[in-house]
Design a protein around this ligand. Structure first.
Ligand SMILES: [Zn+2]
Length: 139
């Protein structure tokens, strides 16, 4: 969702996220365009607590979703919330740095919904590993 958010707020969100998409942990530094601002809960306000930095693809796939039915566990679970949860508790990088591996059911379902290991992204990560700019140093 894109609404009018002040430039000052956008900058705070970007810096807080260390310029990483808060879902797929792609770095904004190597992109042609700046990342978007995601409303974690689409119907809530524009406060910093409801905003996350998201690359175009994660934002588009997340859209208005906040939860999903998990057919494996047979229950509804909330998608990963970067304000309330720690990325490293739900995800980790595979040894070669290419795949995001889930550590929890929230991680697993978020990877599915946002297609965090889609083919095109794997190829980009592969090229970024070679030039030593992936995975992000923070991870
Ligand atoms: Zn992303």
């Amino acid at each position: 969702m894109s609404r009018k958010i002040s430039e000052e707020t956008r900058e705070k969100v970007r810096q807080r996220a260390n310029f990483l998409c808060e879902y797929c942990h792609t770095s904004e530094h190597w992109q042609y365009v700046r990342f978007t601002i995601d409303h974690i809960f689409p119907n809530e306000d524009d406060s910093l607590e409801n905003l996350a930095l998201a690359c175009f693809h994660c934002n588009r796939l997340k859209s208005n979703k906040t939860e999903i039915f998990d057919t494996e566990d047979n229950k509804i679970i909330l998608l990963f919330n970067p304000r309330r949860q720690d990325w490293k508790e739900h995800f980790e990088w595979s040894k070669d740095g290419l795949q995001i591996v889930p550590k929890t059911s929230i991680g697993r379902m978020t990877i599915n919904v946002l297609e965090l290991n889609r083919e095109r992204v794997l190829r980009i990560r592969e090229a970024d590993v070679v030039v030593n700019r992936h995975p992000p140093k923070e991870d």
